[in-house]
Design a protein around this ligand. Structure first.
Ligand SMILES: Nc1ncnc2c1ncn2[C@@H]1O[C@H](COP(=O)(O)OP(=O)(O)OP(=O)(O)O)[C@@H](O)[C@H]1O
Ligand SMILES: [Mg+2]
Length: 246
């Protein structure tokens, strides 16, 4: 039995945001049963990866799909702090870096939550250079074990533009959702992120246009979280695509 987490911060999103995430969840469910390990990525810092990853995981779990959110941003994890996560039994919290570097048992690092279908693998200790850990067989094995146990494994990672962690993680994933900060992320940078994912052999499942209209008030929530998954979904990763390929 996994230890239960207390999540101190309440996650309450405006209706329109809930709706946008809900559409994203539905689109993700169309990718087909081979798409299980999904990395949430962005080109630059602060585009909303962690927010989208947490919200998508939550909605998927609420919909009854067994899902785990893995905080694979071991350089600058914010999940535990932002959401005020603690163990219900009051013991010390362990996470991904403990599992990978201290040989802790997985069962001692994964947390269950109030959602029967939603588990968390947080990261507690940030480390300066997690590259070797992300390249280790232990990490690849972990992702495969999780994908066998959970319908969806969502991975929150550092941005593509800064360090190569995301390429390492993406190489092991079935696809990536690219978070783009509307009106802020330059097109050229988005293009180079798409190329980076391609080089890493990680199919781009779709693009989330996040934080649209931020600062302009009126459109802030309206366009938040627009999802452009159709084209990529059809092209790469639907059952129909596989059927056509055969
Ligand atoms: N749609 C949104 N509406 C309002 N605020 C948002 C939205 N998405 C993200 N934010 C806020 O923007 C900030 C950055 O979001 P988040 O931490 O999810 O980005 P990130 O891409 O994970 O950043 P990093 O690259 O540092 O990991 C946070 O304060 C978050 O609450
Ligand atoms: Mg983040």
């Amino acid at each position: 039995m996994n230890t239960k987490a207390i999540i101190g911060a309440k996650v309450e999103l405006p209706y329109s945001v809930e709706e946008a995430i809900n559409r994203l969840r539905i689109n993700v469910s169309f990718f087909g049963s081979d798409v299980r390990k999904i990395m949430i990525i962005s080109s630059e810092p602060n585009e909303g990866k962690s927010f989208v990853a947490m919200s998508l995981w939550r909605q998927m779990a609420l919909a009854g799909e067994k899902s785990i959110l893995v905080d694979a941003d071991m350089r600058k994890s914010v999940m535990v702090e932002n959401y005020k996560i603690a163990r219900e039994d009051g013991k010390e919290l362990w996470g991904l870096s403990h599992y990978l570097s201290d040989n802790k048992k997985l069962i001692d690092c994964i947390l269950s939550t109030d959602m029967p279908a939603g588990d968390l693998l947080p990261n507690v200790n940030n480390i300066i250079n997690p590259s070797m850990l992300l390249e280790s067989d232990r990490f690849a094995g972990l992702l495969n074990d999780l994908a066998a146990e959970y319908r969806y494994v969502f991975l929150d990672v550092p941005p593509l533009g800064l360090v190569s962690d995301a390429e390492r993680v993406g190489h092991l994933c079935d696809g990536a959702i690219l978070t783009v900060r509307s009106g802020v992320t330059p097109k050229g940078i988005i293009r180079s992120s798409v190329a980076q994912l391609e080089r890493a052999g990680c199919p781009l499942l779709g693009i989330v246009l996040n934080r649209a209209g931020a600062g302009k008030g009126a459109y802030y929530h309206k366009y938040y979280g627009k999802y452009y998954g159709k084209y990529y979904g059809k092209k790469y990763y639907t059952d129909k695509y596989y059927a056509e390929k055969k």
